[in-house]
Structure formats: C-alpha cells, structure tokens
Ligand binder design. Structure first.
Ligand code: HEC
Ligand code: HEC
Length: 264
C-alpha cells in the first residue's frame, strides 16, 4: 500500500462523525476471490499487519488492542458499545457457537463491511492487507480461545418465500421466543426489557431497531439474520437460540421473514 493511500485511510478514519457504513455495502456479499487472496501467516505478514493496525485501527482499539484508543476515551459513558477489547476474546459477529472464537472469514467480513454506526468498513484496503491486520489482531486474543478450530453452526435449509402465511408463522415464533421483550411488539427496539440492557462491559446496549435492517451490524440478508438468531451476539443481551430451535429450523426462516417484514 502506498503512503498516500495510508494517509488517506487514516484521515478518513479520523472523520469519525460519519461512521455509518452504507446499506449498499452491508448487503454486498464478500467477493470469494478476496477470501482466497490470502497471504501466509508469518512474522513478516504479522509485522505488516501491525503497521496497518497502527494507522487504521489504533485510535479506537488502542495500542495493545484493549479498546482504549483516544477515540474510546472521548466517547460518552452513556453511549455503547465501545471499541472492542480484543484481549477479552469476546466476539459478536461469528458463524460459530456462542463463547467460541470467530472464524478468520468472520473477522474478514467484519473488517471489510465495518459495523454500521460504530466502525468504518475497510474495503479500501486490499484483501491481503485486511488479512494481515487480522493476523495481527489475533495476537491480542487469549491463547486458549485459539487452541481449537471453532465449529461453524450449520445453516439448515434456505430462505423461504416471504408470503403472508410465512410472515404470520414468523410472528407467532417472535411471540413464543420472547423476542418482543427486548425488541418491542413492533420491532422498534422498545420492549419492556430494553431500557435496562447493558453489555458485558457495563455500557448501555440498545436493542436493535428491527424496522431498520440497514442498521443490522451482522448483515441483513436472510442468511445473515438466520446466523444472528442461531449464534447470538456475544457480549450482550442477544443470546444464541440454536439449542432452543434445534429441529425447528423452518420456524427460524419464518421468523427471518417476519423480521424483514417489519420494515415494510
Ligand atoms: C471508529 C472507531 C473504530 C475503528 C477505526 C476501528 N474499529 Fe473495530 N470496532 C469499533 C467498535 C465501536 C467496535 C464494537 C462494536 C460493537 O460491539 O457493536 C469494534 C469491533 C471490532 C471487532 C469485533 C467484531 C466482533 O465480531 O465482535 C473487530 C474484529 C474489529 N473491530 C476490528 C477492527 C480492525 C481490524 C480495525 C482497523 C482495520 C478497526 N476495527 C477499526 C470501532 C472501531
Ligand atoms: C434479552 C433481550 C433480547 C432478546 C430476548 C432478543 N434480542 Fe435481538 N438483540 C438484542 C440486543 C441488545 C441487540 C443488539 C446487540 C448489539 O448491538 O450488540 C439485538 C440485536 C438483534 C438483531 C440485529 C443484529 C444485528 O445484525 O445488528 C436482530 C435481527 C435480532 N436481535 C433479532 C432477535 C430475534 C429474532 C429474537 C427472538 C428470537 C431476539 N432478537 C431476541 C436483545 C435481545
């Protein structure tokens, strides 16, 4: 990466007021080629990853990955979530079971697309550069988290046609699983439990407004919402529903249709 581009990236990150990653980007599937354009993990690529980190990530995530960069320092205590402390080893956007590490592809997706409202997307970095910075942030994670290859939660079946019957069934499942307690009867994030929710770090955690899929941090395609429901988002109130829904995968797809219908 040339110096000019590095300077540009740093500047664009400094413009923290305009953090939102557009809905268009959130919808885009990641190019398969980018997954394959993957440099080897070695001292040199990790060192190059550190250089990118120190330019693009450090002001939020901090020099030692503890989520305590200067930007974090200025963020309001009553506004969550704050930049992640990687040494905690807690990840929201996984395709793996709750408590497990994310796959490298999960991290690649987060870094590429960013987190709407909280972190810019880094698709301006070449895929190889994104991989290198991921190799570097993995050096911050607790060792035991990386001991085993994490198991991916299977996505059973595929999206169902979003017809009236499916959305009605999805509504029943939404009631049954008490999604409304946090997300509210109309999905606006105003359920009775919502005002008191905090994340594991003690910051207020708004229940997502389900009527605004473009704000979904973990993606808003049906497959993405399925993944959010089965894996949960660790570190907060949104728990994994994989055990509860085993054998009822069709109901998950109906629920996905209901969630997507809330914005219409
Ligand atoms: C403007 C501040 C900011 C910048 C710059 C930033 N991040 Fe983040 N990052 C955040 C915040 C805030 C969160 C937590 C969001 C949440 O929990 O919803 C986060 C979370 C993450 C996560 C956790 C994802 C998960 O599954 O939980 C990863 C990985 C990550 N950032 C990597 C990076 C990398 C790599 C860079 C640099 C290329 C970077 N971030 C730059 C603010 C930032
Ligand atoms: C105990 C409260 C609680 C319950 C119950 C709950 N959620 Fe959530 N949910 C949350 C919170 C809090 C977030 C935001 C997490 C974050 O931003 O880190 C969230 C986020 C989401 C998101 C957005 C994810 C994203 O990509 O940003 C979806 C979709 C969602 N929940 C669906 C559901 C469904 C469907 C159910 C029922 C099966 C459910 N939730 C049950 C608290 C809850």
């Amino acid at each position: 990466m040339d110096r000019q581009r590095i300077a540009w990236l740093t500047l664009s990150n400094a413009a923290l007021v305009v953090l939102t990653t557009g809905p268009a980007l959130a919808q885009m599937p990641i190019e398969v080629a980018a997954y394959n354009d993957r440099p080897p993990v070695n001292e040199q690529t990790i060192a190059e990853g550190k250089r990118i980190y120190d330019l693009s990530c450090v002001h939020c995530h901090g020099t030692a990955g503890r989520g305590d960069g200067p930007v974090a320092y200025f963020l309001n205590r009553s506004f969550g979530p704050h930049p992640r402390n990687f040494t905690d080893g807690v990840f929201k956007f996984r395709s793996t079971y709750s408590g497990d590490a994310p796959t490298d592809e999960d991290l690649f997706r987060s870094v590429t697309k960013g987190i709407p409202g909280f972190m810019p997307g880094f698709n301006g970095l070449a895929p190889a550069e994104r991989w290198k910075v991921i190799y570097y942030i993995k050096t911050f994670l607790p060792e035991d988290l990386l001991e085993f290859e994490p198991e991916v939660v299977e996505i059973v079946g595929e999206p169902l046609p979003a017809n009236a019957a499916s959305i009605r069934r999805g509504y029943e499942v939404y009631q049954q699983l008490n999604c409304w307690e946090c997300h509210g009867p109309g999905g606006q994030g105003d359920g009775p439990k919502a005002p008191d929710l905090e994340d594991d770090w003690g910051f207020p955690l708004p229940s997502a407004d389900l009527t605004r899929p473009s704000s979904f941090k973990n993606g808003s395609r049906p497959e993405d919402i399925y993944r959010t429901i089965v894996t949960g988002l660790d570190g907060g109130a949104m728990t994994s529903f994989v055990d509860m829904m085993r054998g009822r995968e069709e109901d998950i797809w109906h629920l996905v249709n209901f969630v997507l219908a809330l914005s219409r």
